[in-house]
Write a protein that binds this ligand. Structure first.
Ligand code: SF4
Length: 404
């Protein structure tokens, strides 16, 4: 039996209220691969110079018009990179997108170009949301990871400038062996400086991130449970960590039953250590309303267009279903075999195929593909053995409650 996702806001998982097979919630456009950084995990293996075959200003405009034709409410259109500030036409493109009615957000790199002036220019054309990357709580760890001195200071300055302007900030942090013990410290920065969301990115072995020391599945279970613990203090979410939804459901049910989550979830020493540090920093039970994870995944509520127009289910899943230079993004998203397949939980294999949570989780298709070459393979970073949660009946009751 697999579960039908709950639909109410206060439930442990939020669902997209629109059919994700018809309209994505998030469209990410990799505007360029040019970037002055050389980050150790870079999916795009970004380079200093721009590729002459990148989508032009007019091609980007046509893409945004097509994105708008998905229907209302329009998807969020995120301009990423590389570093989107490497494009001279960034402000023009953002302005055109906002004018036509899109919610445009940008995702710049932590360079000197990220400053009060450039953010003010973005705000002047109607962009009010940015996402920034912070992979360590200190300049030593963040700059060591990013391999360029000064990125920590640039990122912190950009964060501060965005706050000064009243912009919303999503902060993204890679979660890997080099920084796992710093997660509570990064969370403290998040609490002190304020964000709209903080997203822990469970590393996908692609680009330069292939050999970066991803955590084991058991360690991920510890981290996802820590994220759940922090959820009443900071607005934490995950990227490519879809099993956080399963953890969120299980923790919710355990709480309702007054059961001990450490024993029920078989949490390990990493959890104990991180939890201790998190408590010491005052990051538990902070009184904020928990932000449940949302039920969207690669190709199912989410679509990526790369710098030369290829359309893939995610930036970490480099399997194109078409190119916006030849076809409409709407047609590719709704009708291609790849996108229709990736939305089908019944095609999942291994543990994910047998799992009672496959319709609310399904695992990272990007990580499955990059680890095995098979898009439908089981999620390598999930420790859960399907059918073993001790309060399975309560989970079923939760999902079948009146009004769901
Ligand atoms: S086994 Fe797969 S579907 Fe089940 S919780 Fe883990 S990642 Fe999700």
């Amino acid at each position: 039996m697999s579960l039908t996702p709950p639909s109410r806001q206060h439930r442990p998982v939020r669902v997209n209220h629109h059919d994700p097979a018809q309209r994505p919630m998030i469209v990410i456009w990799e505007s360029t691969r040019a970037c002055q950084l050389s980050c150790r995990h870079c999916r795009a293996e970004a380079a200093p110079g721009r590729n002459p075959f990148e989508l032009t200003t007019d091609e980007a405009t046509k893409l945004m018009e097509e994105v708008l034709s998905f229907g209302q409410p329009a998807p969020i259109f995120i301009i990423s990179g590389g570093d989107c500030f490497e494009r001279d036409d960034l402000f023009e493109i953002a302005s055109r997108g906002v004018q036509m009615g899109l919610h445009v957000a940008v995702s710049p790199s932590g360079t000197k170009k990220l400053n009060l002036d450039s953010l003010k220019k973005l705000q002047d054309v109607g962009v009010n949301v940015i996402s920034l990357s912070l992979d360590g709580a200190t300049k030593e760890s963040h700059d060591g990871f990013r391999r360029v001195p000064g990125t920590f200071e640039n990122t912190m300055a950009g964060w501060e400038a965005a706050r000064e302007l009243g912009m919303k900030v999503q902060l993204n942090s890679v979660v890997a062996r080099h920084n796992v013990m710093e997660l509570p410290d990064i969370a403290k920065l998040v609490l002190d400086h304020g964000v709209m969301t903080w997203s822990g990115f469970l590393l996908v072995p692609t680009g330069r991130g292939v050999d970066l020391g991803a955590l084991t599945a058991l360690e991920c279970e510890d981290v996802l449970n820590l994220f759940y613990d922090m959820g009443e203090t900071v607005p934490v979410k995950t990227t490519e960590g879809h099993h956080f939804r399963r953890v969120s459901i299980q923790r919710h049910v355990l709480e309702q039953a007054g059961a001990d989550h450490v024993e029920a979830m078989k949490l390990g020493p990493l959890y104990q250590e991180l939890r201790k540090k998190t408590e010491a920093l005052g990051l538990i039970e902070g009184g904020r309303r928990r932000r449940p994870p949302i039920n969207i995944s690669s190709g199912n509520g989410f679509v990526f267009i790369n710098h030369v127009g290829q359309v893939t289910p995610s930036g970490f899943l480099d399997v194109p279903a078409g190119n916006v230079r030849d076809s409409s993004i709407v047609d590719i998203y709704r009708n291609s075999e790849l996108f229709n397949g990736i939305r089908r939980a019944d095609l999942l294999e291994g543990k994910c195929g047998m799992c009672e949570y496959k319709t609310v989780c399904g695992g990272s298709r990007s990580r499955a593909y990059n680890s095995t070459g098979n898009i439908y393979a089981e999620e390598p970073l999930c420790a859960y053995q399907p059918g073993t949660f001790p309060l399975a009946d309560r989970v079923t009751e939760l999902f079948q409650a009146p009004g769901q």
